[in-house]
Write a protein that binds this ligand. Structure first.
Ligand code: B12
Ligand code: SF4
Length: 467
């Protein structure tokens, strides 16, 4: 081991709050790359651990870290900067590095945002991180993307193996390992989304490497489930079908969840997905109002076909018994009340299992953000902000949109307003014959009901409101 002692952190959105859905793959992969070169490294997922600031301060006091590196996500940047300042206060010699989406978007501005940043990295860092730690040559690294994903080391999940990542929208998925099979979105055209700028070109890991990793996850690490967090799995592509067929052939029966586009799910694909263990998918529905399907550039089909594609995906979910969680946007620029309610009613009456409503956000890196800046509606400092009538882009305040989103979720997901939805979910779990997950979900129904009825899912930091 060399003398470097590196701490890598995935940040929380709020101190002391536990959020365990996905493992922080970015820092876990960087940790592998460092460990492979004999560098001592520790990863803390502060979002999943729920540590207080004091606990982290004590931890920094007790451990003599030479470097601290943090994934910096725009809405949490102030919490990241407070950690860096605290680390410098405790040990003025510590070297601080930020990486992740925020420095990737704020290449020029990043150092002016926080005086405690020593080095900043834009893009994918696993092939460069050892040099950045051992022999940094410049303050800012613009690394772009890695073309050959087979060169990327496996994430070192030992740092988070003591934590159970197991819940999505109140549904228990089993103790889950997170995986990424491809990087970049195959579509990359939605105008509200930052993927074009952030996750760059579409690249695939070889099916053999993916199967190798699944085998480790199932047999060595003994997880109960996998969450594939690719931006959008092309379920009807030859590539994904090859992976699924290999998974079946190798007897890797660990169930999995994935993110997908509705227009990527056809009958043959759905059948194979189920045989390969698919338990559920998360679909970006966004809107079924043709004007917004077009505004978002969600599809290459004529806008009214988008609704047919969604209907078809939900039908296939119903037929092949996988759970469908669909997210949609509320309060896009110029969106009227009747258009918002059109989407809510569509979700209410369709065969999706669970809906997530998100108020419209302007995100730097997206076309809609650039357009609003060009029109003088936003300034370039509003790089991550909810829509609000003060911008002249909607008649709603952010708070009204948040309330509407909550109302929408209640209308769609409420077990009292839509009991049939829950009968269907239970039927799907029974047909999946995953009794462990079935038992867990049944025993959690009272908690889920309580959550739906009593809790407000949006607790905004003032910072998030203003970008
Ligand atoms: C999966 C995912 C989630 C998951 C899991 C998050 C997690 N624990 O990792 C869930 C659903 C929980 C989630 C939640 C949120 N997410 Co999210 N998420 C993603 C997604 C789809 C993949 C991230 C990922 O794992 N990539 C794979 C790894 C390998 O890549 P990576 O993390 O980028 O890491 C690489 C580089 O960035 C860099 N790097 C990363 N960290 C560091 C640190 C150092 C020191 C260095 C040198 C380099 C470095 O090197 C890594 C290896 O190449 C991305 C979109 C995307 N395609 O990237 C959005 C994304 C990261 N999420 C985003 C956001 C905004 C959020 C939320 C704030 C949403 C919300 N309002 O609640 C929350 C934040 C929760 C949290 N604490 O992270 C935004 C961030 C935008 C921004 N400007 O910062 C993204 C980019 C999506 C978008 N809207 O464009 N997210
Ligand atoms: S919203 Fe989804 S499908 Fe659209 S570009 Fe972004 S990641 Fe791709």
């Amino acid at each position: 081991m060399s003398e470097e002692n590196v701490l890598l952190i995935h940040p929380p959105f709020q101190w002391g709050v536990i959020d365990r859905f996905c493992q922080p793959l970015g820092v876990l992969i960087l940790a592998s790359a460092l460990k492979n070169e004999g560098i001592k490294v520790k990863v803390i997922d502060l979002a999943a651990e729920g540590w207080s600031q004091k606990k982290l301060a004590n931890y920094l006091f007790q451990n003599n870290f030479t470097h601290i590196g943090i994934t910096t996500i725009s809405p949490f940047r102030e919490i990241v900067y407070s950690i860096l300042r605290m680390a410098k206060k405790i040990n003025p010699k510590i070297i601080t590095i930020v990486g992740g989406p925020h420095p990737t978007l704020q290449k020029k501005e990043i150092f002016s945002e926080c005086e405690a940043i020593d080095y900043a990295v834009s893009g994918e860092a696993e092939l460069e991180i050892v040099n950045i730690i051992r022999d940094p040559k410049k303050k800012f690294y613009d690394l772009g993307c890695i073309n050959d994903l087979d060169l990327v080391p496996l994430p070192d999940r030992s740092h988070v193996r003591h934590l159970a990542y197991n819940e999505l929208s109140g549904i228990y998925m089993g103790d889950s390992a997170t995986m990424k099979w491809v990087r970049g979105c195959p579509w990359r055209k939605c105008r509200f989304c930052t993927r074009t700028e952030l996750s760059m070109t579409y690249r695939q890991k070889s099916p053999e490497k993916i199967i190798e990793e699944i085998a480790i996850i199932q047999h060595e690490l003994k997880y109960e489930n996998i969450i594939v967090i690719d931006d959008s799995l092309k379920f009807n592509s030859k590539y994904i079908q090859k992976i699924l067929k290999m998974k079946i052939k190798e007897g890797l029966d660990i169930p999995f969840w994935a993110l997908a586009r509705a227009d990527q799910i056809n009958e043959a694909g759905a059948k194979l997905m189920r045989r390969a263990g698919l338990s559920g998918i998360q679909i970006g529905l966004e809107s079924v109002v043709p004007r917004f399907v077009e505004m978002y550039r969600k599809t290459s089909f004529p806008s009214h076909i988008w609704r047919e594609k969604l209907d078809q995906a939900f039908e296939l979910g119903d037929k092949y018994n996988f759970i469908i969680i669909a997210s949609f946007i509320i309060g896009a620029p110029t969106e009227k009340a009747e258009e918002i309610w059109y989407d809510i009613n569509y979700c209410k009456n369709s065969k999706l299992d669970f809906a997530q409503a998100f108020p419209f956000q302007y995100l730097k890196g997206s076309e809609m953000w650039a357009e609003a800046v060009e029109n003088g509606q936003l300034t370039s400092n509003h790089f991550y902000t909810y829509n609000d009538k003060k911008f002249g882009t909607t008649t709603y305040t952010t708070q009204e949109l948040l309330d509407l989103a909550l109302e929408a979720e209640n209308q769609i997901n409420s077990p009292f307003l839509n009991p049939g939805r829950y009968v269907r979910i239970i039927r799907k779990f029974i047909k999946q014959k995953n009794w462990l997950i079935f038992r867990h979900n049944i025993s959690r129904i009272p908690v889920l009901f309580r959550k739906l009825i009593l809790e407000h899912p949006y607790e905004l930091l003032p910072d998030e409101l203003h970008g």
